[in-house]
Structures are given as structure tokens and as C-alpha cells.
Design a protein around this ligand. Structure first.
Ligand SMILES: Cc1cc2nc3c(=O)[nH]c(=O)nc-3n(C[C@H](O)[C@H](O)[C@H](O)COP(=O)(O)O)c2cc1C
Length: 374
């Protein structure tokens, strides 16, 4: 048996859970032209997953991306489909949870439910689901699917997820007769592994998106910046309190791009070289235009800051420093109520070993993590 509590804690007692975000995509999250940027080739991916697993990281979170963003590097132009990616990685790891990131409006729920169960059995209960509703118009056009209005996207996702949960639990044949879905005589076996179900997360940022996570998911991922961590503390408490009213313990996580080097100066220099001097600014400007970020709404200084944040993974916590700095900033996140963070690095494979050797022991000394039992 795998209990739901085990799944939601990723099988560890660590107060601050750690994962990697976006490694299924070329360039990962940093919009840079530097030659060492992440290629996301399968052999490198496989090595990375094994190193992360052995280091005791809790999860791998992929990005559901169907089409590159263009620019000089075609940022995120080469991506692995996330559920097949997760299934293969689950077959070659022992402890780590691997998420699939799935666009509810693009994947039929009967296919999706069975794919998730397949991955979950391969990983003996280590598959997790990140439900996304989508926002990227070009991706929907590529599928020939019309994107719904914002609120209706989450309404649809609720129906989609209810159908999947029913397939995961119901033994009888059943119909779904909803506003969007009409499914007849549905039967789905096997059920998820070990008598529980995959952990479900969502990363809605709007009030509607966050309400969806509170009502339907086990975890909410939300982007924060160091400068606004004070406000985030109250927001995390508020969203957890709303879930608690429904008798549920909602995990609140965030995302960040990490540049950790032996000295603060080296880290800062590398960040400046990679993310400022060698940003793929043509891709950054395309992404900002797709997200309808209008320069006229900002002061020149604000706009410059936003553009720099976009080059560094589009949004999220920017972690730059030596191992002490990074451990201290991660501790601040934990103090603000976050359950964990999904990190990205310019080259995950080259950078993770240093993080494992230098930052993880510091987090253990701070009481945020325990040593890995091999
Ligand atoms: C951690 C995280 C992961 C996300 N992953 C994806 C993804 O893989 N694909 C995608 O299209 N959108 C992704 N998004 C975007 C969200 O699903 C969502 O569309 C966005 O935060 C806007 O929220 P809203 O729909 O409430 O306006 C992600 C956002 C975050 C913070």
C-alpha cells in the first residue's frame, strides 16, 4: 500500500521539499544563448534523474510545452512530452516523484487517466500530475483547438479532473454527462498503484486559478520574488486556511532559478554573463509579447526589471550566491510557509552535484532536510 500521506510528503520527512523544474525542455528555463545551456538530450536527462534521485530530491516537474518560443535559440524548442518522459524516468529511479504536466483541454480524459495510471504503476506510486489549462495561443492553434475564456478554462479542467478521479476510483461502468464532457459506459482498470492516487498540483496565478487549486488539488505552485516574500507569507497562509476549511492540507510550493558557485562573486559574474550579457533577448521579447506585457504600463526601470526576470526563467525566485547565501534564502522561503521549491539551473547536469554537496548539508544543519538514507 502507498498512503496518500506518503505521496503528499514525497516519502520524506524533509520540511523543505526540493525538486527540479523544466529539465524536459531545451534551455530549461533560462533564456540564454550560452553554449553550455541545457540541451535536454535523453542521455543527459537520464543521468540527471539518477543524480537527483540519489541525492534525495523529492520531485521532477516538467513543463508542458508544445512549441518553441523562437528567438535566436528557439527557446524551449525541443521538449519531451511529459507523461512518456515521466514514465521512462520512473522506470529508472527508486524514490523520486516524477510529475507529468498535462493540458486538460488538449488531452482526452480517458486517454489521460490511463496514461497516468500506467506511469504510476511503473513508478510504484511515484507519479504526480500537474494540471494546466494553457495560455499560449500558438499552441492551441497548432492543435486546432479554440482556447476558452479564462474562467471557462478552469471550469472545464474541473470537469476533466472529476472524470479522471472517477476513473481512478469507480469500479462500476459510469457515464459522465457534464457541461463539456459526454462519456458513456466508462470503465478504467487498473486503478492507481497501492490503493491511493497520484498527487495533483496546479499553478494558477489568478483568483480563479488559485481557487481551482484550493478546491481540486493537493498542491499549488506560485511564483514569488525575494522582494515580495513578505507579502507571500500572508498569501500562503490565506490559501492554506481556505483549503483547511475543506479539511485539507494544501502544499504551497514555488519555483526558482539557481546560480550557486563557490563564492558570491563568481555566482554573480556567471549570472551576469549568462542571463544579462548573453540572454536570448529576441526570445524574451517574443514571450513578453505573447503574455501581452505592454511596456507602456510600466516605468522604464520596472520594464527593465521585468525583462531581466523573463530572461531568468520568465518568473520566480532568483537565487544567486555562494552555498551559505542559497541555504539562507531557501530557509527564508520555508519560514514564509512554502513547503518546497522547484529549481532550475542553466545546465542542470553540471550544476546539481555542487548544490548536492554544498547546499544540501547546510539545509540539513538548518533542520530543513535530513541526510539521505541509501
Ligand atoms: C510552477 C509553474 C508551472 C507551470 N507549468 C506550465 C506548463 O507546463 N505549461 C503551461 O502552459 N503553463 C504552465 N504554467 C502556467 C500556469 O499553468 C498558469 O497558466 C499561469 O500561472 C497563469 O495562471 P492563471 O491561469 O490563473 O491566469 C506554470 C506556472 C507555474 C508557476
Amino acid at each position: 500500500m502507498v498512503s496518500m500521506a506518503d505521496r503528499l510528503g514525497f516519502g520524506t520527512h524533509n520540511k523543505l521539499k526540493l525538486g527540479l523544474f523544466g529539465a524536459n525542455c531545451s534551455s530549461g528555463r533560462t533564456v540564454t544563448t550560452v553554449p553550455e545551456r541545457w540541451s535536454a538530450s535523453w542521455p543527459e536527462m537520464l543521468d540527471l534523474a539518477r543524480v537527483a534521485d540519489e541525492a534525495g530530491l523529492e520531485f521532477l516537474l516538467p513543463i508542458g510545452r508544445w512549441k518553441g518560443y523562437g528567438g535566436d535559440t528557439d527557446y524551449q524548442g525541443a521538449t519531451f512530452e511529459t507523461v512518456t518522459w515521466a514514465t521512462a524516468l520512473l522506470a529508472t529511479t527508486r524514490r523520486i516523484c516524477v510529475f507529468g504536466t498535462v493540458h486538460a483541454p488538449l488531452i482526452h480524459p480517458v486517454i489521460a487517466a490511463k496514461e497516468f495510471v500506467t506511469a504510476d504503476h511503473v513508478g510504484a506510486g511515484r507519479f504526480g500530475l500537474n494540471v494546466v489549462c494553457g495560455w499560449n495561443e500558438g499552441e492551441f492553434e497548432m492543435f486546432g483547438v479554440e482556447q476558452r475564456q479564462h474562467e471557462a478554462r478552469y471550469d472545464y479542467a474541473r470537469e476533466w479532473l472529476d472524470a479522471i478521479k472517477a476513473m481512478w476510483t469507480r469500479e462500476d461502468a459510469f457515464d459522465v454527462d457534464g457541461r463539456y464532457l459526454s462519456l458513456k459506459g466508462v470503465r478504467a482498470n487498473p486503478k492507481p498503484y497501492g490503493g491511493s492516487r497520484p498527487m495533483i498540483m496546479n499553478a494558477g496565478a489568478s483568483p480563479v486559478g488559485q481557487a481551482f487549486a484550493v478546491d481540486n488539488c493537493d498542491a499549488l505552485f506560485r511564483a514569488v520574488r525575494l522582494a515580495t516574500l513578505g507579502d507571500a507569507r500572508d498569501q500562503v497562509a490565506a490559501v492554506k486556511a481556505r483549503a483547511a476549511l475543506q479539511g485539507r492540507d494544501l502544499g504551497v510550493y514555488t519555483i526558482g532559478v539557481l546560480t550557486c558557485r563557490k563564492t558570491r562573486r563568481e555566482a554573480r559574474e556567471y549570472y551576469e554573463y549568462c542571463t544579462l550579457e548573453h540572454a536570448d533577448w529576441s526570445a524574451v521579447d517574443r514571450i513578453m509579447a505573447m503574455q501581452k506585457i505592454d511596456p507602456s504600463q510600466y516605468t522604464a526601470e520596472e520594464y527593465r526589471r521585468i525583462r531581466r526576470d523573463f530572461a531568468n526563467g520568465l518568473s520566480g525566485f532568483t537565487l544567486i550566491g555562494d552555498p551559505d547565501d542559497i541555504a539562507a534564502e531557501l530557509a527564508q522561503l520555508s519560514e514564509a510557509g512554502f513547503s518546497g521549491i522547484a529549481l532550475s539551473m542553466v545546465n542542470y547536469g553540471a550544476e546539481l552535484p555542487f548544490f548536492r554537496d554544498e547546499v544540501l548539508p547546510r539545509l540539513e544543519r538548518l533542520g530543513l532536510r535530513e541526510p539521505v538514507k541509501n
